[in-house]
Design a binder for this molecule. Structure first.
Ligand SMILES: [Zn+2]
Length: 241
């Protein structure tokens, strides 16, 4: 096979290998970021619950204040009752007392209800906090794991980079810029094999003449339909020979 063609094919393989690292890096980072995101979500939920607890506690305080007022009023009424002279005054006082007592009952019930709501929300918040603490605990080990994975990927990547460097150093500028021009749009399918006389980039069948050129491999042949660099894989070449 033509040496320049061979170099272009090797370069396309190396470039493909380099691109394949990106999703691996993303995947490794994703694991750590997912835990961080979950943790943030929990923190938000807890903050919302804390706000709600504050609001319920404020309601409870208002009811307690009301209770204090009512009991002061009842005390005052009992003092007044000693000084009552007429039946009308007596009845009016009794009515006031009844209303106040009803309000006391209602306020007590309301306080009890609010306390239950507050306890419930506090339990929920505590459970979320426990979950968050667990995540916090695993975060360090996951970070370590991810960093190790990233270092491993980086090492492999450096090896592929130096492979590419060596390859590019041995290539002529003309062939390289020809390759790069195609790669700009064809990305990882810049050089593609021919199978069953079809270009594996655009899947169109190539003419007998072009196919014969590809089989010979003496020149760099491009697909007449899409412009990708064509080559024959070893098995196919053995089959054609
Ligand atoms: Zn093609």
């Amino acid at each position: 096979m033509n040496k320049h063609l061979e170099q272009l094919i090797d370069l396309s393989i190396v470039d493909k290998e380099i691109d394949a690292f990106e999703p691996q890096i993303e995947e490794a980072n994703h694991k750590y970021e997912a835990i961080l995101a979950t943790k943030e979500g929990l923190a938000e939920e807890i903050a919302t619950l804390e706000e709600e607890i504050k609001a319920e506690e404020l309601k409870k305080q208002k009811n307690e204040l009301h209770l204090a007022e009512l009991s002061a009023k009842l005390e005052e009424n009992s003092k007044k009752s000693a000084e009552i002279k007429t039946e009308r005054e007596m009845k009016s006082l009794q009515l006031e007392e009844e209303i106040a007592k009803e309000q006391v009952t209602f306020a007590n019930e309301e306080i009890e209800r609010l306390e239950k709501v507050i306890d419930n929300k506090k339990d929920k918040s505590a459970a979320l906090q426990t979950k968050m603490d667990e995540l916090e605990g695993s975060l360090a080990s996951v970070k370590e794991e991810v960093d190790a994975k990233l270092a491993e990927i980086d090492k492999e990547r450096q090896e592929v980079f130096s492979k590419k460097e060596k390859l590019v150093a041995g290539m002529n500028q003309k062939g390289l810029s020809f390759y790069q021009k195609i790669r700009r749009w064809a990305k990882n399918t810049t050089a593609v094999p021919v199978k069953n006389q079809a270009c594996m980039g655009c899947f169109m069948v190539i003419s007998d003449k072009v196919y014969a050129d590809v089989i010979k491999g003496e020149e760099i042949t491009t697909c007449p339909h899409c412009g990708r660099i064509l080559y024959l894989e070893k098995e196919e070449a053995a089959h054609e020979a």
